[in-house]
Ligand binder design. Structure first.
Ligand code: HEC
Length: 204
């Protein structure tokens, strides 16, 4: 073989090999641990990687009272870990250790070139709804947390209206899948919609 062709093909081989090694190294990395983690005092550690998770939907100024409430205008962005999202696609419901994050951001208008509609700006707070069956068996395996900062947060007491509203109205396993448009058809196909949701749907 012509020596320059030989050198070129050796170099090409080395490039392909190093590319394969990089791909294999990426595949071999363990999936990021997205299970809930707690301090010794039992507070939930803020799930700070949630912005790399799967985005489910945004609600704008959603309120659950008949009359509009005058308060700060916000968006609520909902995220779930990729592992739990994969499991939902298979089963239509959430596995143990699922963490859902509701990121509440201020809604703005008339900034930059925007003249109509709303866009999002800074975070107002985070709320977390998670499933940890062994730890929260007294509340059906689920618990709520609210974060004003990223410091660890205590579980919201079982008597709070978070639990009663989610249990009475949410479409799948106390989560509001009726507002997550990519998940609702899956829950319907897998027959995992809750009895209260199906009853409300048949009344409409
Ligand atoms: C009157 C009903 C109601 C109450 C009370 C309520 N929520 Fe929700 N929640 C909703 C609805 C509707 C959604 C879905 C739409 C949205 O806001 O994005 C939701 C979504 C969520 C989500 C996203 C994950 C999921 O479960 O679907 C979290 C996290 C959450 N709420 C936390 C809380 C916390 C914490 C409280 C109590 C401080 C609370 N909620 C009280 C109705 C309620």
């Amino acid at each position: 073989m012509n020596p320059s062709i030989k050198t070129a093909s050796l170099a090409l081989g080395a490039i392909i090999l190093s590319g394969c090694v990089a791909v294999l190294a990426a595949l071999a990395q363990p999936a990021a641990n997205t299970a809930p983690s707690y301090t010794e005092a039992g507070r939930l550690v803020f799930p700070s990687a949630y912005r790399k998770w799967v985005f489910l939907s945004s609600g704008h100024d959603m309120s659950y009272l008949p009359a509009p409430v005058r308060r700060m205008s916000t968006f609520g962005n909902v995220f779930v870990s990729p592992q739990s999202h994969d499991a939902f696609l298979q089963s239509g419901t959430w596995p143990d250790k699922t963490v859902l994050v509701l990121e509440v951001r201020r809604a703005e208008q008339e900034g930059s070139i925007n003249r109509n509609g709303h866009f999002q700006s800074e975070v107002v707070r985070h709320e977390v709804h998670l499933k940890d069956v062994a730890r929260f068996s007294a509340s059906g395996g689920w618990a709520f947390f609210a974060f004003a900062t990223e410091a660890p947060a205590d579980m919201i007491p079982r008597t709070a209206n978070c639990y009663s509203c989610h249990e009475a109205n949410a479409a799948v396993d106390t989560t509001f899948v009726q507002f997550y448009p990519t998940l609702l058809p899956i829950a319907r196909a897998k027959n995992t919609l809750s009895a209260p949701y199906l009853a409300a749907e048949s009344r409409n």
